[in-house]
Design a protein around this ligand. Structure first.
Ligand SMILES: C[S@@+](CC[C@H](N)C(=O)[O-])C[C@H]1O[C@@H](n2cnc3c(N)ncnc32)[C@H](O)[C@@H]1O
Length: 272
């Protein structure tokens, strides 16, 4: 069933209202493919009925958000970032903070691979530095993605790539196979998942030393990117670092951050 212009406009407005994500008519086919299964599940025969249903609010808002968000992720996505975190960030932070716990936020955590990759990196660092402690908060707007993240069971390309590129870590921290692999309880124990909309104030007034905000800003227009970055800033401790995705640059917009190196930003005006 074709998503005609008047319905497309209404759906794009609902996407923006509930997630802040900016979409345009290029997303017509994608939205059509994602919304039809929801309409079938609810027994609704037309986009008019589905839009009216959504406008009434209620329990369909969650599945709608799940359907319109793109939750793809991977273990150790963008290797250069993980070399930076391992070789520079953890060592520098530990040298400067003694026994204090490192607080990490995986914002837009999707299905959890990023948060678990970070936990594995920290556990490896802890093997060399037994006094090192850390916590990881992982949030996303999609409850369905977070359910998968909490389940911590993976299959397909994400685990195949992980096994190939970091075999020692894979053997140590994933169990199962040959098709389904589960992240070890030791890793999972360090990650707390929660629902959070990046446009809202950060969760529970927590403050973080490292924020991973990767491959999510691309979904927003500049106005909402600025809003999100201003919110994220309020959740960062002095000296904290912000890590963005490979295709994301924020140097053209107004933010409280300064470029440090590829993918990495520090709070503007702080001593280097
Ligand atoms: C492509 S994934 C990125 C996953 C991971 N950070 C990575 O780089 O592999 C983008 C995630 O952003 C989430 N997202 C989209 N809009 C959001 C919002 N307003 N608040 C929080 N999360 C949002 C989506 O649900 C999705 O899981």
């Amino acid at each position: 069933m074709d998503l005609r212009d008047e319905h497309l406009d209404a759906v794009i407005a609902l996407v923006r209202q509930h997630t802040g994500i900016a979409m345009n008519e290029n997303k017509r086919v994608l939205l059509q493919g994602r919304l039809l299964p929801r309409m079938r599940a609810l027994g609704l025969a037309s986009y008019d009925d589905y839009i009216a249903h959504l406008r009434r609010g209620g329990p369909e808002v969650g599945p709608f958000i799940d359907s319109v968000t793109t939750n793809d992720s991977a273990f150790f996505r963008t290797p250069a970032v993980w070399w930076y975190l391992n070789d520079e960030f953890l060592a520098d932070w530990h040298a400067g903070h003694g026994g204090a716990p490192l607080r990490i936020w995986s914002a837009a955590a999707a299905t959890g691979e990023e948060a678990y990759s970070m936990a594995m990196l920290c556990l490896e660092f802890q093997r060399q530095h037994p006094d090192f402690r850390f916590t990881i908060s992982a949030t996303d707007i999609s409850s369905q993605a977070l359910d998968a993240a909490r389940g911590a069971t993976y299959r397909g390309r994400t685990v195949e790539r992980f096994a190939l590129t970091r075999p020692a870590l894979f053997r140590r921290y994933l169990a199962g196979g040959p098709e389904r692999w589960t992240v070890a309880p030791e890793v999972r124990a360090h990650v707390a998942f929660a629902t959070h909309n990046l446009l809202a104030p950060p969760p529970r007034r927590e403050h973080f030393d490292l924020v991973l905000l990767r491959n999510v800003l691309i979904y927003f227009d500049e106005q909402n990117q600025e809003r999100i970055l201003a919110q994220v800033r309020t959740a960062m401790r002095p000296g904290a670092r912000l890590v963005l995705g490979e295709q994301e640059s924020i140097t053209r917009i107004r933010t409280p951050f300064e470029f440090e190196q590829a993918h990495v930003y520090r709070i503007a005006g702080e001593p280097q």
